[in-house]
Ligand binder design. Structure first.
Ligand code: ZN
Ligand code: ZN
Length: 147
């Protein structure tokens, strides 16, 4: 989202006055808010609470936790799910890509059921899926290739 300027003056997002300055999210989660002096003094005391209520604290904690976990998996030689596409093969298996720490990729075919057993956005490694079924290693690392 952009900011509104009148001439070179930043416009306050609360009252529309000019001469606003940007105020950062206390949790570094949402984008800084442009507020004029008046609105800032009004919001200052509850600034932190506003962002707690908006979920910034919870989101950033969850994000940091996930980032930490992700780094740990990669450090330990794990490959993380990074992309997937339903193949055009008759069995309609999903071709799922995993990326390792060096940026190298591995791909496997698996059933839709197995693929959807782990929600999108969650961290998933090859071994997680191997618990559901035997994965078929892909021969070709082109996502559109049925091999
Ligand atoms: Zn204002
Ligand atoms: Zn925030």
């Amino acid at each position: 989202m952009g900011y509104l300027y009148r001439g070179s003056n930043l416009v306050c997002e609360s009252c529309g006055d000019t001469n606003a300055t940007k105020h950062k999210c206390p949790f570094g989660w949402c984008r800084p808010t442009a507020l004029c002096q008046n609105c800032w003094s009004e919001h200052k005391g509850k600034w932190r609470q506003l962002h707690v209520d908006a979920g910034c604290e919870a989101n950033s904690e969850e994000y940091n936790e996930k980032a930490k976990h992700e780094a740990e998996i990669l450090r330990n030689g794990g490959y993380l799910r990074c992309a997937a596409l339903t193949s055009k093969r008759p069995d309609k298996k999903v071709k799922v890509f995993f990326r390792g720490q060096a940026g190298d990729e591995k791909a496997f075919f698996m059933t839709k059921e197995a693929y959807h057993s782990i929600p999108i956005g969650a961290l998933a490694i090859i071994e997680d899926y191997q618990k559901f079924e035997e994965l078929e290693p892909a021969q070709n690392l082109d996502i559109y290739s049925p091999l």
